[in-house]
Design a protein around this ligand. Structure first.
Ligand SMILES: Cc1cc2nc3c(=O)[nH]c(=O)nc-3n(C[C@H](O)[C@H](O)[C@H](O)COP(=O)(O)OP(=O)(O)OC[C@H]3O[C@@H](n4cnc5c(N)ncnc54)[C@H](O)[C@@H]3O)c2cc1C
Length: 286
């Protein structure tokens, strides 16, 4: 096993480009180590440990954006009063990730690159129209997070690229809301994850654990933008089925997942916009 230890982003990009057979980036390592191979011969790989790259730690505000460096952890966000004031959705999502040990080590960029359909950080960022900043020796490019996933674990991330930062547009939000339904309150993988945001750009409704990737629910967004209000949660089922494809698996059933989504959207669509940040409690059963 070989571990490369860059201290600048330029050095990290050069090492990523040069590593024959590829170098696996490591940020907090909380996903990489979960997938650590049991067989010794499979450990003969090259890892690119980003933890010493100081410029990836910075959190910056400018007129239009909040920029989270790729090493920003959940804990960094939780303890930042400016982020809590502008983006409570991020803080709510961060608090639901694993437990304190994972929150202090796990990064938002690692959550994006790991591409789990059940991720908690990705839906919150996607609901805020976050943009992924990618860097390589050839330069930088930006991709909207809601276009970053093509299919299950298939991402718009080239083998020589690293996530350098995540940019979030600063907007006035009438509502930001995060919901995670799991089998218990902590250390649980979501049966259903939902992030909602409403700004002058309209509704953003993002669902996790109900499709091969975290995804925006554009049919539901259009209905909410048009002011359509369901008479009952069941009225939303056709739109939910158009947007996502929940499955029966070891964590839950498709029917339960649809019911949770319908109930939550129904409650959200009747929420007055002057009443932000309410959290709907849904019993974590089924
Ligand atoms: C006990 C436990 C509980 C957990 N609970 C939750 C939970 O509740 N919710 C949740 O969403 N996740 C959870 N996770 C998963 C994990 O903690 C998160 O996905 C975390 O955000 C990963 O970040 P990391 O920095 O540790 O990533 P790493 O493990 O370092 O990397 C993850 C992936 O991203 C790649 N990567 C990392 N940084 C970059 C970069 N800058 N550019 C390109 N690729 C990169 C790596 O190569 C790897 O493929 C849990 C994990 C554990 C072990």
């Amino acid at each position: 096993m070989k571990v490369l230890l860059p201290t600048t982003l330029a050095e990290a990009c050069a090492m990523r480009a040069e590593a024959a057979g590829g170098a696996t980036p490591v940020a907090g390592g909380t996903d990489v180590l979960v997938h650590w191979p049991e067989r010794l011969e499979l450990r003969d790989r090259t890892f690119l440990d980003l933890w010493r790259v100081g410029e990836l730690r910075a959190t910056r505000w400018d007129d239009g954006w909040l920029e989270l460096g790729a090493l920003t952890t959940y804990w960094d966000v939780e303890r930042d009063p400016g982020i809590a004031a502008a983006f409570p959705l991020l803080v709510d999502a961060a608090r639901q990730v694993g437990a304190v040990q994972i929150q202090s080590r796990g990064t938002w960029a690692g959550n994006i690159a790991n591409a789990s359909p059940a991720a908690d950080g990705v839906p919150a960022l996607m609901a805020l129209d976050a943009v992924v900043v990618l860097a390589s020796t050839k330069g930088r490019r930006e991709v909207a997070l809601d276009r970053f996933y093509f299919d299950y674990k298939v991402l718009d991330l080239r083998p020589d690229e690293l996530i350098a930062a995540i940019r979030i547009p600063r907007r006035e939000h009438a509502l930001q809301r995060f919901l995670k339904v799991g089998s218990r309150r902590a250390q649980a993988i979501a049966k259903v994850g939902l992030a909602l945001a409403r700004s002058e750009h309209g509704w953003r409704v993002v669902a996790a654990s109900v499709a091969p990737t975290v995804r925006r629910c554009r049919t539901i967004e259009s209905q909410l933008d048009a002011g359509e209000r369901p008479e009952s949660p069941e009225d939303l089922l056709p739109a939910i089925r158009a947007d996502v494809s929940p499955i029966d698996d070891l964590r839950s059933t498709a029917a339960y997942r649809e019911a949770v989504m319908a109930r939550h959207f129904s409650a959200s669509s009747s929420t007055d916009s002057s009443c932000p940040q309410a959290t709907l409690k849904v019993s974590p059963t089924a």
